[in-house]
Design a protein around this ligand. Structure first.
Ligand code: SF4
Length: 57
């Protein structure tokens, strides 16, 4: 049985256009939601794993 990592992870992120990005290296949020593009089932990472917590600067 694996140990829960809820509340114990850090979020590395290089999306500098996001308001929550810190120095092009990490996310300031405690938690993010990763979600697929709406109505898209390609199996490609760029479609299936978007940051749903993104907010433009
Ligand atoms: S909300 Fe998402 S895109 Fe924005 S800094 Fe955090 S992980 Fe990156």
């Amino acid at each position: 049985m694996s140990k829960s990592k809820v509340g114990c992870q850090t979020i590395g992120c290089r999306v500098t256009s996001c308001a929550y990005n810190k120095s092009g290296q990490s996310c300031d949020l405690d938690r993010i939601e990763v979600e697929p593009m709406s109505g898209c089932h390609t199996g490609e990472a760029c479609d299936e794993s978007l940051c749903g917590s993104y907010k433009t600067r």
